[in-house]
Design a protein around this ligand. Structure first.
Ligand SMILES: Nc1ncnc2c1ncn2[C@@H]1O[C@H](COP(=O)(O)OP(=O)(O)OP(=O)(O)O)[C@@H](O)[C@H]1O
Length: 210
């Protein structure tokens, strides 16, 4: 998977969130999009996932062939705060539902995902009774265990305790070889492993001189 951004900009109403972004994202590499709260990290992630259009510029997706934006979702696994899980489903039902749309990574099945999560006694519990950390673990396990060439994570360790953060870093090691990984983050411990870092503040439009 390969994504090319040419002179990308996005605005909401009259406010430009970023402008003039040229970048290439390659399979097998990991990228952290960095910046303070409200700087535009999630906006850029949504553009990369083709769930939001840029206001200007061009974006191209390629595997061995060109991918049209309408099909990009099937190449991506995502976990982030604005991904809603179905609260009425149990954990077992959540896993079955998710993997009715995506394939498991090699060697995994529903039992394997449950074992990976290690949420003892939670298999038949509805998600509405999960703690915020249990929900975050669930979102991460679904994303990491999906067989897609690209993994997008927004604030991956939010709501995780120290053990949860170590668990997340073990998933990065185990599941991301050969994948294109893109993170939105402002927590160094969650993006330290990323080889490339993009500071969104570098793409803020400058006020015009008068
Ligand atoms: N749909 C929208 N309509 C109007 N403004 C929006 C919309 N979505 C985002 N914004 C604005 O765009 C800016 C960037 O938001 P974004 O969520 O991308 O930031 P972020 O860097 O991910 O923030 P955080 O670290 O707090 O999650 C903010 O000023 C936000 O208010």
């Amino acid at each position: 998977m390969h994504i090319t951004l040419k002179n990308i900009g996005r605005r909401f109403n009259k406010e430009w969130i970023f402008k003039g972004l040229d970048y290439s994202f390659e399979a097998g590499n990991s990228y952290a999009i960095l910046g303070p709260n409200g700087s535009g990290k999630s906006t850029l992630l949504n553009i990369l996932m083709a769930s939001l259009s840029p206001s200007e510029g061009a974006i191209a997706y390629q595997t061995d062939k060109e991918i049209i934006p309408e099909q990009v979702f099937s190449y991506i696994s995502f976990a982030g705060p604005y991904l809603d899980l179905i609260e009425e489903f149990t954990l077992a039902e959540t896993i079955a539902f998710h993997f009715s749309f995506k394939n498991y990574v090699e060697g995994f099945n529903a039992e394997g995902v449950l074992d990976l999560l290690a949420l003892i006694g939670a298999k038949d519990k509805p998600l509405k009774y999960f703690s915020s950390g249990m929900k975050q673990r669930t979102k991460l396990a679904l994303a990491f265990c999906s067989d897609t060439p690209m993994l997008v994570l927004d604030e991956p360790t939010s709501n995780l305790d120290v053990q949860g953060t170590d668990w997340y870093l073990s998933l990065i090691e185990k599941f991301t070889a050969n994948k294109l990984v893109v993170l939105g983050s402002n927590q160094q411990h969650e993006y330290d492993f990323c080889k490339e870092q993009i500071q969104i503040m570098a793409y803020k439009s400058k006020p015009k001189m008068v």
